[in-house]
Ligand binder design. Structure first.
Ligand code: AMP
Length: 140
C-alpha cells in the first residue's frame, strides 16, 4: 500500500489551506460537509492524525472518528428530519476511495429517496452554508 501523502485535499483542509464548511471539531477529529453531497447534510468525518484509510489508521484514532460519526449521525437525523442514516467508508482505489486521508461519510436519508451518484453534482456554497448551520444547531 502507498504511504500517506500529506498533499491530499483533506490534509489541506486540516491545515487551513483549503476552505470547508465545518460542522464539528474536537481534539482528534473534524467534520465538514461534502462539496458534492449525495443527499442534503452529507458530512465527512476525518481524524486529525494522518492515516490513509482503514488499513493503516491507529485503532485509537479510528475510535475517535467513529465516536464523532455517531454524533454527526444523530445530529443529521434531527437537522434534516431524516428517516435513516447511511454510513460509508472506502479503502484504496479498488475499494472506491478517491481522497487518501481516511474519512467516514454520514448521509441523512429519507424513505424512498435515492442518493445521488458519488461526486456528481457540486452543491452551491450558500446551500452548504445553510446545511452546516442546521447541523451545528442540532449538535449544540
Ligand atoms: P471517497 O474517497 O470515495 O470517499 O470520496 C471522496 C469524497 O470527498 C467525495 O464524496 C467528494 O465529493 C468529496 N470531496 C472532494 N473534495 C472535497 C472538498 N474539497 N471538500 C469536501 N468534500 C470533498
Amino acid at each position: 500500500m502507498a504511504e500517506y501523502d500529506n498533499s491530499n485535499i483533506f490534509a489541506k483542509i486540516l491545515r487551513g489551506e483549503l476552505p470547508a464548511q465545518k460542522v464539528y471539531e474536537d481534539e482528534h477529529t473534524l467534520g465538514f460537509l461534502d462539496i458534492m453531497p449525495r443527499a442534503p447534510g452529507h458530512t465527512l468525518i476525518i481524524p486529525k492524525r494522518p492515516a490513509r484509510n482503514l488499513l493503516d489508521i491507529e485503532p485509537e484514532s479510528l475510535a475517535h472518528v467513529i465516536k464523532t460519526a455517531k454524533k454527526i449521525a444523530i445530529a443529521g437525523k434531527k437537522a434534516f428530519n431524516a428517516d435513516g442514516i447511511t454510513m460509508q467508508q472506502f479503502n484504496e482505489t479498488a475499494g472506491g476511495q478517491v481522497v487518501f486521508h481516511l474519512h467516514v461519510h454520514i448521509i441523512p436519508r429519507h424513505t424512498g429517496v435515492q442518493m445521488k451518484p458519488a461526486a456528481s453534482v457540486m452543491e452551491k456554497p450558500e446551500v452548504l452554508a445553510e446545511h452546516a448551520k442546521l447541523l451545528k444547531e442540532a449538535l449544540a
